[in-house]
Design a protein around this ligand. Structure first.
Ligand SMILES: C[S@@+](CC[C@H](N)C(=O)[O-])C[C@H]1O[C@@H](n2cnc3c(N)ncnc32)[C@H](O)[C@@H]1O
Length: 268
């Protein structure tokens, strides 16, 4: 254990080099890196990409525009399907992008029709065995699936995990690295690459000024100090989901959650 003498006399005494070094950016990757990773896989015009858990189809629209692909945008939440319909219509891409209200577990698609699956930030909510089996069914042999998933690390304590998983609808197995990799292999996927992003996207957002991490911590503190009042006014579920969404980014900075990008290929 560090002694008081050591702490004040040496470790905290005058030496500022470490802090100065940490004031410099480590040039973290941002969210565009996922699109760059997809582009490197070599999508060709006319091929079909399925955006699983598309929310408002922003990504499907970008993939179609960037690569001349056709797309299917799926989401099981009716609100998201409506947002997708509006966005696709506004983009003038109704011919190129088909939208369905559906989950990863039962996609309204024939066998082996897709060249690509894009699945960003979705499988944490999903039963992996069912979801991956369905992805393997709709992908053609040799087709590839790019999955961005936020995994739990050994720094996430059990009580922190229990609380955040319950609050934001996370299936515990689906944020477990070993389980995710084993389920993908069991569904017939061969691993092409794994990229651990850790806190990079969040660092990039802070450095670019697109995410106010300090503001999120401030709100979390206010929430904790008056939790009973906020729960009375808004309900426990809304308060917990709000706190969970704020902690999601903070835990990435703290290394408790590790966003990871997998590319898997469907075997023949
Ligand atoms: C965090 S959002 C990510 C949305 C979008 N992919 C993105 O990266 O911005 C999670 C999305 O997964 C969708 N989702 C939840 N359960 C799903 C399931 N079983 N199958 C497909 N999508 C699901 C949600 O409706 C939501 O749109």
């Amino acid at each position: 254990m560090t002694s008081v003498q050591e702490l004040y006399g040496e470790l905290w005494a005058g030496e500022k080099t470490l802090d100065l070094e940490l004031q410099h950016s480590l040039d973290p990757r941002g969210t565009d890196s996922l699109f760059a990773a997809f582009a490197e896989l070599g999508p060709r015009a006319g091929q079909l990409v399925v955006d699983v858990g598309a929310r408002d189809a922003t990504h499907a629209i970008r993939l179609v525009r960037d690569h001349g692909l056709r797309a299917v945008a799926l989401d099981p939440v009716p609100l998201h399907v409506e947002l997708s319909r509006r966005a696709v219509a506004a983009a003038g891409l109704e011919e190129e992008i088909a939208i369905f209200e559906a989950g990863i577990e039962a996609m309204p698609l024939a066998d082996e029709v897709a060249d690509w699956i894009w699945c960003r930030d979705v499988i944490v909510h999903v039963d992996l065995a069912r979801g991956f089996a369905e992805c393997a069914r709709v992908l053609r042999p040799g087709g590839r699936m790019l999955v961005y998933v936020t995994l739990a690390t050994e720094l996430l304590e059990q009580r922190e995990a229990d609380r955040i998983f319950t609050a934001v609808a996370i299936v515990p197995e689906s944020v477990d690295r070993a389980a995710v990799e084993a389920r993908a292999a069991a569904a017939g996927f061969a691993l092409v690459s794994t990229t651990e992003l850790g806190g990079e996207w969040r660092e990039r957002m802070v450095e670019d000024g697109t995410w106010d991490a300090g503001g999120d911590l401030l709100r979390l503190s206010r929430l904790r100090r008056r939790e009973t009042e906020f729960v009375e006014r808004h309900g426990q579920g809304r308060v917990d989901a709000y706190a969970g969404s704020k902690l999601w980014g903070i835990y990435q900075l703290l290394g408790k959650l590790c966003p990871t990008v997998y590319v898997w290929e469907r075997g023949a």
